[in-house]
Design a binder for this molecule. Structure first.
Ligand code: GLY
Length: 569
């Protein structure tokens, strides 16, 4: 073991290229950088960069590797958003491969006879799954930007699944804590537990042969290896066994979509981020436009003024989220208004720095974060300065906990990100209405917020986070920490986080804020609650002063920023 700063990290003998991040400094490199939630996935991406691949190639390799090494969030059975800045053209683009509601989905599909939301059906049944988008999205990214052959990008993931990867501490802990739910499904239990349901210990090899076969079909046939043929048959059979809706017609109909990212400026820097069906990008820009009217740098990082202001802007943004955000193909989201400088100014004028506002219509007794929020983010920058920010998810850790028997992968429970019934919060305590009602072919509203910041047209850093509803505030604080408070990527990632989402009207704080600050916040009227879990897991890469940088959040174990081999020898 290697002890650096406050972190203990495993020494991996076959990876001399890895440099470890301490608490104050990012990892440095000379020819690109990959930051992800798993060391072996970051290494797969760095190897692709070293082999001449570009940032999109590396991102595809990381994503497939995470489907093997981080089964709680990396996925074939889920979806995500990939945000790309192409250095050759200076263009920004994004690929939306969010899950789609299956053809047979209906608005009231999760209501029981009494009209109440059946939470189990919405979260842990075959009905909880939308049509997976990951394979289609990664293939689309490759068609548009890829440099290395598609098959090359799946090599690491196939080898990791076929011959096994050491189970990370993070995975071992998660498998232990989720055993009951996971072993309700025989296929899931068989794939992720030893005979008899015993969890793997950290360091033991997890071999995933069915997953390796599925990855090989995708390597050989592209999306047809997933949406048609054997894999599709296995998915449809699984759905028939469990009464789910993802049928052959829904699979063939799946489309990843190119979306124009939303963008704006913050204190002179260009912020490029994800458009709907992400709510994150719109609200990060809205909150930055509001913050711009306050001397945030003067307030100081972690001060009561800073936290109070962040809570007030978040309260306003999340209230708008519940009303206006949904799939833009089904609902006319007023994006331009929400991200306009005028609206930011209007909102700023309503904020009282001495007193917390009350969130109207507080829903009593809504527990925040009943479920560990999960999703994963990774960022890549290549030697040419192309930069990719990708957030991908099954929704909860391990999604619905149901695997496609014979195909080796878990299914998402993303349908819970729709509004099952107006006024009834989803698993993240988020409310919504018509804009996010269920309809066949529609994409559920997401909080995933992959974001790129440019300085003078050149990429500065890319960032993003898991964390359900806390994704948006985690990304916002990353931007404020770097831009306003002048922190480097590692300091910005490590700084304690707050969260407010309008309803429930609670200001959640991680540990690390001073008792004096907490006291002042209470005096201003905030219902402060110490968060039961840490917030987010930011993976950031960047380029500054001629050096590539990477920072992986210390909040969850086994994340790593890795530079390509040539860069650090
Ligand atoms: N499932 C989490 C999100 O997309 O926001």
């Amino acid at each position: 073991m290697l002890l650096l700063g406050a972190r203990v990290v495993a020494q991996v003998p076959d990876t001399p290229i890895i440099r470890y991040q301490d608490t104050a400094h990012p990892v440095y490199g000379a020819a690109g950088m990959v930051a992800s939630q798993n060391l072996y996935a970051s290494k797969a991406g760095a190897d692709v960069l070293a082999a001449g691949g570009n940032a999109v190639d590396a991102a595809i390799a990381v994503s497939f590797s995470l489907a093997v090494t981080l089964p709680r969030a990396g996925n074939l059975g889920g979806g995500g958003f990939m945000l790309i800045h192409d250095s050759a053209t200076g263009e920004n683009t994004s690929i939306d491969y969010r899950e789609m509601a299956p053809v047979g989905a209906t608005r009231d599909m999760y209501l029981d006879k009494e009209g109440n939301v059946d939470r189990n059906r919405a979260m842990f049944s075959h009905l909880a799954s939308g049509v997976p988008g990951t394979v289609a999205g990664l293939y689309q990214a490759h068609q548009q930007f890829g440099r290395l052959p598609w098959k090359r990008l799946l090599e690491a993931a196939i080898a990791q699944a076929r011959y096994g990867v050491p189970v990370s501490f993070d995975l071992a802990e998660m498998l232990k804590s989720r055993q009951l739910r996971m072993c309700r499904n025989a296929a899931t239990c068989g794939y992720f537990y030893k005979d008899g349901g015993e969890p793997y210990a950290a360091g033991e090899l997890l071999v995933q042969s069915d997953l390796a076969d599925t990855l090989e079909r995708i390597a050989n046939e592209g999306p047809d290896g997933f949406y048609k043929g054997k894999t599709a048959e296995l998915i449809v059979d699984e759905m028939k066994r469990g009464g789910g809706l993802v049928d052959a017609e829904s699979l063939v109909a799946y489309r990843a979509v190119d979306r124009k990212p939303v963008s704006g400026t913050y204190r002179g820097y260009e912020v490029v981020t994800m458009s709907p069906p992400s709510s994150g990008g719109v609200h990060v820009l809205q909150m930055l436009n509001t913050l711009e009217h306050f001397p945030v740098a003067e307030f100081g990082a972690g001060s009561a003024d800073s936290i109070h202001l962040l809570a007030e802007v978040a309260r306003l943004a999340y209230a708008d989220r519940s009303e206006y955000l949904g799939d833009p193909d089904y609902y006319d989201v007023p994006v331009e208004w929400l991200i306009s400088k005028e609206y930011g100014k209007e909102l700023a004028a309503t904020i009282d720095m001495r007193k917390a506002r009350e969130s109207t219509d507080v829903a009593p007794g809504v527990a925040p974060q009943p479920e560990s929020p999960d999703t994963t983010h990774f960022s890549v920058i290549d030697a040419d300065g192309s930069i990719v920010a990708t957030t991908t998810t099954l929704n909860f850790s391990f999604g619905s906990a149901i695997s496609v028997a014979g195909a080796g992968f878990l299914l998402n429970n993303e349908m819970d990100d729709f509004v099952s019934k107006p006024g009834v919060p989803n698993a993240y305590g988020l409310l919504g209405g018509e804009a996010n009602a269920i309809a066949a072919g529609k994409r559920p509203l997401s909080s995933m917020t992959p974001t790129i910041v440019l300085a003078d047209g050149q990429p500065w850093f890319a960032t993003g986070s898991p964390g359900g509803s806390r994704i948006i505030t985690s990304v916002l604080q990353m931007l404020v920490n770097v831009i306003d408070h002048g922190m480097n990527l590692a300091e910005a990632v490590n700084a304690p986080r707050m969260h407010h989402q309008w309803l429930p009207d609670i200001l959640q704080l991680e540990s690390g804020f001073s008792p004096d600050t907490v006291k002042i916040l209470r005096e201003r009227g905030h219902a402060v609650q110490e968060s039961r879990s840490s917030m987010g897991s930011v993976q950031a890469v960047g380029f500054r002063d001629g050096v590539f940088r990477g920072a992986s959040d210390p909040r969850r174990p086994n994340a790593a920023s890795v530079a390509p081999a040539a860069a650090t020898q």
